[in-house]
Ligand binder design. Structure first.
Ligand SMILES: O=c1ccn([C@@H]2O[C@H](COP(=O)(O)O)[C@@H](O)[C@H]2O)c(=O)[nH]1
Length: 256
């Protein structure tokens, strides 16, 4: 019953990128294997289902799974591709007469409120700086380096001896930031490119080669890469370390 479902596996622009005619974007527009909505996941449990992040594709993501409502969303950081759907979620709360529960670190809530000041009309915004329990999961978040884009949060979730982490937006983590990623059954890690050529100072997310080094050190039970840009063709065999796979929309994994 405890399952992780990938609702979106794309980077900030999703795939296809609106301006782009590369092979991956063209494939996404035709056969569609590489179509990627903005990154978010659904966690299903016996007691309560919840999402992590609420990007601009939130509505489409619910429609694709025939979901009519989601009461609880945990947010990693206040960037557009992770919070762009919040006003629409709040409107859905309004029209269904439900109050949504948005969980995030206080500094993330503060940034969200600067952008969408009307959300408290329909959502409770609840700080998670001291940890939180959702769906029976003990959840702890911590700040991670997001390169040129500042900081995001990663979350470690533990229940009944199973530990996993969701770290969609990070790069060049220092030792303190890596510490909570040890001893995981599953690591979900964001990797925008296979090998990103851009100058390091301009980057914000691990590429697969860097991420693979980290995974080689941490040795989680298994690893799934998400937050992938149009640089990545998920039909291609990148020869990644055993235990690493690439996420796709609707991918469903047991969390036990
Ligand atoms: O202060 C900011 C900075 C950036 N954004 C948006 O976030 C993403 C960043 O892309 P990554 O690939 O995750 O680095 C992009 O959509 C920017 O427009 C923001 O919302 N706020």
């Amino acid at each position: 019953m405890n399952r992780l479902i990938f609702l979106g596996t794309g980077d900030a622009m999703g795939v296809p990128r609106v301006y782009c005619d590369c092979l991956v974007c063209t494939e996404a527009r035709t056969t569609g294997t590489n179509v990627r909505l903005r990154s978010s996941v659904l966690i299903k449990s016996e007691t309560e289902d919840f999402m992590i992040d609420c990007g601009p594709d939130w509505r489409r993501q619910l429609e694709l799974r025939s979901l009519r409502f989601i009461p609880t969303i945990l947010v990693t950081h206040a960037h557009f591709d992770h919070i762009g759907g919040l006003p629409e979620w709040a409107d859905a709360c309004r029209w269904t007469g439900n109050r949504g529960r948005l969980y995030a670190p206080q500094e993330v809530i503060d940034t969200i409120l600067r952008q969408f000041s009307w959300l408290p009309g329909n959502l409770d915004l609840i700080p998670v700086d001291q940890g939180v329990q959702l769906g029976g999961w003990n959840i702890r978040g911590w700040r991670v380096n997001h390169g040129k884009n500042g900081y995001a949060y990663a979350y470690r979730l533990e229940k009944d001896g199973f530990s996993w982490a969701y770290c969609s937006d990070s790069i060049g983590l220092n030792e303190a930031e890596i510490l909570p990623l040890h001893n995981l059954n599953l690591l979900v890690l964001g990797t925008s490119f296979y090998h990103e050529e851009a100058e390091y100072a301009t980057r914000s997310v691990y590429d697969m080669l860097e991420a693979q080094e980290l995974v080689g050190r941490l040795k989680p039970g298994s690893t799934v890469f998400t937050h992938m840009s149009h640089d990545v063709d998920i039909t291609y065999n990148y020869g990644l370390l055993e235990g690493i796979s690439l996420a796709h929309t609707g991918m469903s994994l047991p969390l036990e």
